[in-house]
Design a protein around this ligand. Sequence first.
Ligand SMILES: [Zn+2]
Length: 404
Amino acid sequence: MRGLINEIYLDDLREKTHRGLAGQLARGGHAGGRAYGYRSVRDGDISRLEVVPEQAEVIRWIYTRYAEGWSCQRVAADLNARGVKSGFGGTWAVSALYGSPNKGSGVLNNELYIGRLIWNRSQYVKDPDTGKRTRIDRPRDEWHIEERPELQIVSHSLWLAVRERMARPTRQGGNAGKGARPRSLFGGLLKCGICGGAVVATSGRHYGCAARKDRGPAVCAGVQANRQKVDQRLLYAIREELLSPSAIAELQETVKEVLAARRREAAELAQAARARIAELDSEIARLVDAVATVGISPALTARLQQAEAERERVTAEQDSNVPGGAVIDALQRYRKLLADLEQSLSTDTDRAREILRRMIAPAEMVAREGQVFVEIETGRAAIAVGLSLGLVAGAGLEPATFGL
Ligand SMILES: [Zn+2]
């Protein structure tokens, strides 16, 4: 029922949005959403797009360089170095340039630059349950395409030159057949010590600052380190740290503390339960006496049943208050986590990453005196592991620095 109502609601909303846009477009307006290179101007009750000459220059420059064989990285870096602002006033990133040819996103794929206004490609609809806006892609035959020569910025030959380069295989300088890079172990788990952004696998051989890679040195000077070395040394350091006698001793200490606290708690609960059972026993005895003296009555029967039911419940609860095995096997689970890590390192990178993420959460990659370091608060590692075992571990270890 609820699903059906949602369906109807979404259809209705789509219909309304659609009609509103169609009306705007029929009168020469635009469908909302402003692309780089245009400004929106009010014209009576509709808004029209207008070319911004300086931005149109930038677009032609981007198309020309890309068609000549520049990489999107180089284009973005050059724009940022010259202080050219992107559409939202920020810096240029590769994604803003290349985007997705299928979705028509990214500067190099926007057909508006050849004067072709496409709308109804996708629509954002609001889910009435979650309030979230979701993008729905429409099939190509539902697209609405309009020619708007006054909005053309890039010549058809330049547009085609860019298409031609995109279709070329990667090794010939194009983007076709570019597969997803194999996942790296620590990419995204480290952050750049300069800009605080993500450190990712910038190539098959290196980890580096993502901002530096996508936006160029004008945005972040960046750090870079050999992937193989980082993987090896960081894993070594993590193993050493987690299996060090002091880490094990600390974990054991914590387990002992938690166990002791649970036992104390259980003892208190048991004592309270015993006291309550004694009370109930004497109450039941009094009630039985009363029945013997004055005979059975509905009120006495009800009270007796109530007291007996509570006695049963308290007794059952008392048995379940005995400390269980959950904490006792914490050390075993700790060892298992490490064993899992060892095993998944060679077989399942995603699983290994997940384990590592919990262990090293905020590790920073910093460059200092010509060296790159990854800084991890080892106390954190103990906390992260502790939490994953359901323990709250206090940690006060010194931060450790591992040279790379
Ligand atoms: Zn950075």
